[in-house]
Ligand binder design. Structure first.
Ligand SMILES: Nc1ncnc2c1ncn2[C@@H]1O[C@H](COP(=O)(O)OP(=O)(O)OP(=O)(O)O)[C@@H](O)[C@H]1O
Ligand SMILES: [Zn+2]
Length: 554
């Protein structure tokens, strides 16, 4: 395998730390996918960054009385701390506030403008006479005309995912002073529009070709959007925070946050190439025909981001010209907290850094991967996380590791025994490991992360059963060589599990890597079963996972 895989992950708003809904929706599946592909020998680049523009940030910074620059710097730092603790293996995690990103966004804007895909027009925009300002996007709230959700915002409904214009909202009110529609004025303002109707046809053609590997929900959502007919969308705002419009006479306006955020996938690649000292290297990832097989771009997102990644961003790329389009847009459904979508704007969240203060990254990673909302929404509960840690991670995987390694220490002084002829059972469990390599790989390649984890877990369970059945603690009383063979085989199985779990659970894989006598970084090893040789001495192990206390019911 020598493919180029570009892993683009949704840009989190730098207006809060990250919550577990975002992690399970976009970041963890992307990281698992990137880690696997690196081990499988592919060229991988995983990029994202903090989205520092937009009205949600302005509203909150204003409320705190600090500058938006100060505000986003704080949250960018907090987000990066979580990435470190969680083990996100970014090749470049940047921010939209960089000169590089401004330059590239302005180039996109001008190119699309010159090619006739962006046009100027005047529009009616809600204006609050009390606050003396226009109310773009999140400055206004009202009822969604599509689904009736009462807290839809000026640019999108969080409930049904439709993108909106403020003018679409029913019974809208100003988020700053609470003024109702009756008090708001509609004022004339000039803006730039992305001419999506002009791009409808090439988009439809693209969506009609070779999308069998897309998740049905994502494709259906995109096709439905096309069927409704695309509307031109305003891509500038009456704001003073964001990327400036690169044309004279628009100094009091800025480019809309969503227009610049998606360009981040591209600008982050350019930044990566520059940091590497190979400034042209971005072309490998973004210019068609540079690699064989062609570079595959994956956009990992939650379902509310589908319109921007399956429609608007591809449309922008088509309009710009000579750029690779997404190969897949693996969008997850939502993780809910007590039934409601976890959302940082709405405050019903479990913060990742709070969880990581109490629990190991792998405990959280395991639980989130095992309950990922791939096909439908799932609910987060601490009880379930603890139960799965204890009943699955500890009982199946951790247990077989610990029993094998402590037995090796107590009966063989830590020296890997020389195996005798392998029995049918020995060969069967090794075959199961080999099969696990195929299964986990196949599932991750299809973006079925949950099935991939289940396949790895099936091998761990089989290993546990094998150990129970062979019972080396009994074998050793009658036949020391037979017990030695069982332990030898188990060490090979564990060597396999260390690799199979690595995309999901990098921290415990690293520990096991060391316990099995391997050196260096486990995420750099190849996707295959590597032998633990007889005769070497292995160090004393500690349990891979802690057994957790179930909190007393309240
Ligand atoms: N509860 C959730 N379940 C699954 N994915 C989610 C969830 N919340 C956010 N995501 C995804 O995480 C990524 C980053 O999210 P974003 O920064 O937009 O956070 P958010 O909490 O959804 O913010 P807001 O509610 O203010 O829009 C997006 O791709 C989004 O779809
Ligand atoms: Zn709606």
């Amino acid at each position: 395998m020598n493919e180029h895989i570009l892993v683009c992950v949704a840009w989190p708003y730098a207006k809060s730390s990250t919550h577990v809904g975002q992690i399970v929706g976009a970041y963890l599946p992307a990281d698992t996918f990137a880690r696997y592909h690196r081990m499988a020998g592919n060229h991988v680049l995983m990029v994202s960054g903090s989205d520092e523009h937009g009205t949600p940030i302005l509203v909150d910074a204003e409320r705190e009385g600090i500058s938006p620059r100060e505000f986003v710097a704080r949250y960018h730092r907090q987000i990066c701390e979580v990435w470190d603790k969680l083990g996100m293996s970014w090749d470049n995690y940047t921010e939209t506030g960089t000169p590089n990103h401004y330059r590239i966004t302005q180039d996109f804007f001008l190119t699309l403008y010159d090619k006739g895909y962006i046009f100027k027009d005047t529009m009616q925009s809600p204006y609050c006479p009390t606050d003396r300002r226009f109310l773009p996007d999140r400055y206004i709230e009202g009822t969604c005309p599509f689904c009736g959700y009462t807290s839809a915002r000026g640019d999108q409904c969080d409930n049904c995912g439709h993108t909106l214009d403020p003018i679409d909202l029913i019974d809208a009110k100003c988020r700053l002073c609470g003024s109702k529609t009756s008090k708001l004025e509609m004022r004339q303002t000039e803006h730039f529009f992305l001419d999506l109707p002009k791009l409808q046809e090439p988009l439809a053609e693209w969506l009609a070709q070779g999308k069998e590997h897309w998740r049905p929900n994502t494709l259906a959502f995109a096709l439905n959007w096309l069927k409704e007919g695309l509307r031109a969308r305003a891509i500038t705002r009456d704001l003073d925070w964001g990327v400036p419009i690169p044309l004279e006479g628009y100094e009091d306006k800025r480019i809309y946050v969503w227009f610049d955020a998606v360009i981040g996938y591209f600008s982050a690649t350019v930044e990566w190439a520059e940091k590497q000292g190979t400034p042209e290297a971005w072309k490998t990832w973004w210019v068609p025909g540079q690699t064989e097989p062609p570079t595959r771009i994956y956009n990992f997102i939650g379902k509310d981001n589908i319109p921007f990644h399956a429609i608007i961003w591809p449309a922008m790329l088509i309009g710009y010209g000579n750029r690779n389009l997404p190969y897949d847009v693996p969008a997850n459904e939502f993780m809910t907290m007590s039934g409601a979508k976890a959302s940082s704007s709405r405050g019903n969240v479990i913060w990742t850094r709070d969880v990581l203060e109490q629990y190991s990254a792998d405990t959280l990673r395991y639980y989130l991967s095992a309950t990922a909302p791939e096909g439908r929404d799932t609910d987060f509960t601490f009880d379930e996380m603890i139960r799965r840690n204890n009943d699955e991670l500890v009982a199946a995987y951790g247990n077989s590791v610990h029993r094998t390694l402590t037995f090796l220490q107590s009966k063989f002084g830590g020296v890997v025994p020389q195996p005798q002829d392998l029995s049918e059972a020995d060969r069967a469990i090794l075959a199961e490991v080999e099969h696990g390599f195929e299964q986990v790989a196949h599932n991750i390649e299809q973006c079925h992360m949950k099935d991939g984890l289940n396949a790895a877990m099936a091998v761990a369970r089989a290993a546990n059963r094998y150990l129970d059945e062979q019972a080396p603690w009994k074998q050793i009383k009658v036949n020391r060589e037979a017990a030695g063979t069982t332990i030898y085989v188990m060490l090979q199985v564990l060597s396999g599990l260390r690799v199979l779990f690595c995309p999901y659970l990098p921290f415990s894989s690293q520990k096991l890597h060391g316990y099995l006598g391997f050196e260096g970084d486990v995420s750099k090893v190849s996707w295959k079963l590597e032998t633990v040789p007889a005769g070497i001495t292995l160090p004393s192990p500690a349990p891979l996972f802690p057994k957790l206390e179930v909190p007393a019911a309240v």
